[in-house]
Design a protein around this ligand. Structure first.
Ligand code: ING
Length: 311
């Protein structure tokens, strides 16, 4: 394979409240080093990879909420990760909570190149859950803590690859991948924090892993994408998060997946000619798509709205 890039996904085990950013960054650096030692070119880390998944908890005061946010990137705590990337000439995707200079808050991911420079940014568009306090063992307060992302689904070029990014719940919405693919993406990087338990109904636990894989495999195949999905996994502050970090080919096959719920690296030598076969034939958008019939997709009608709990 001449047209290949070696992809790594770096799954994180739990980050419990109280673990310092310095401690987490040393875990991230160990994973980055391991990926480089194995010859990887691009490493994907999880969503909100610097702290516990704090949207599971109701925090009253804004100053207490802001302890989970980064007001600069790289920050002093994350600078070692950027320095190591430059030293190793390896690129990485990192998810974190962004506090902008003008006081806006986003669930954000960045793409950092092999010179340790930020070459892309994405802000989460599909924020699941609720903004009010639920009488439940865990909350899902992304609508309370973050604004809806305002950057769309852009494509960035690094190492000759056309790369898009998304975050967690975005993967459940086919529009995420279709828009990225229409924008020219050939590789999608994403991180996630997915709880095993649903706080709204007795959802069989196995469905969480099934829907995680189903979403990724369908998206990869239908949009001729390589997809790297990095989870934060394991029991974190009493809440269990699924593992199942994986790399999916444009054929929709899972070509690598984690077997633990801890810090773990997986790899794939991705042949980017594979996506071309699908893009030029079965999913040749110019030849086969009929957007003149797709108007309902962007219709702002709220659609099926119930007064049931939002998930
Ligand atoms: N987490 C979950 C996710 O989309 C969720 C929330 C789980 C929504 C299961 C619906 C069903 O994987 C984040 N962080 O979006």
């Amino acid at each position: 394979m001449t047209n290949s890039t070696t992809l790594a996904v770096a799954q994180l085990g739990p980050i419990n409240s109280g673990e310092s950013r310095e401690s987490v960054v040393s875990r991230l650096c160990a994973l980055l080093q391991g990926a480089a030692d194995a010859g990887a070119n691009i490493v994907t880390f999880p969503e909100l990879a610097l702290t516990t998944f704090f949207p599971r908890t109701w925090v009253e005061e804004q100053e207490d909420i802001d302890q989970f946010f980064e007001s600069s990137m790289p920050s002093p705590a994350t600078q070692p990760l950027f320095d190591l990337a430059q030293q190793l000439n390896i690129s990485f995707y990192l998810g974190y909570a962004e506090l902008t200079e003008d006081g806006r808050r986003f669930n954000t991911s960045i793409l950092v190149n092999g010179e340790g420079r930020i070459v892309g940014k994405y802000r989460k568009i599909h924020l699941p859950g609720h903004s009010d306090r639920k009488d439940a063992p865990f909350q899902h307060l992304e609508k309370r803590y973050f604004e809806i992302g305002d950057l769309g689904f852009p494509v960035f070029t690094d190492r000759g690859r056309r790369i898009s990014m998304c975050l967690c719940n975005d993967r459940r919405w086919p529009e995420t991948f279709r828009v990225a693919s229409l924008n020219g993406a050939e590789l999608m990087l994403l991180g996630y924090n997915t709880p095993v338990h649903n706080i709204h109904w007795q959802e069989p636990e196995h469905l969480r892993m099934f829907h995680h894989r189903l979403s990724l495999q369908a998206a990869a195949y239908q949009n001729s994408l390589w997809i790297c999905a990095a989870g934060k996994a394991g029991e974190e502050d009493g809440s269990v998060l699924i593992g199942g970090s994986c790399i999916v080919s444009p054929a929709g096959e899972i070509v690598a997946q984690t077997t633990s719920t801890g810090d773990e690296l997986i790899f794939a030598i991705a042949d980017f000619d594979l996506g071309e076969h699908f893009r030029r034939n079965i999913f040749n958008f110019a030849a086969h798509r009929r957007p003149e019939f797709y108007g309902a997709i962007t219709d702002p009608r709220p659609g099926r709205v119930t007064d049931a709990d939002v998930e």
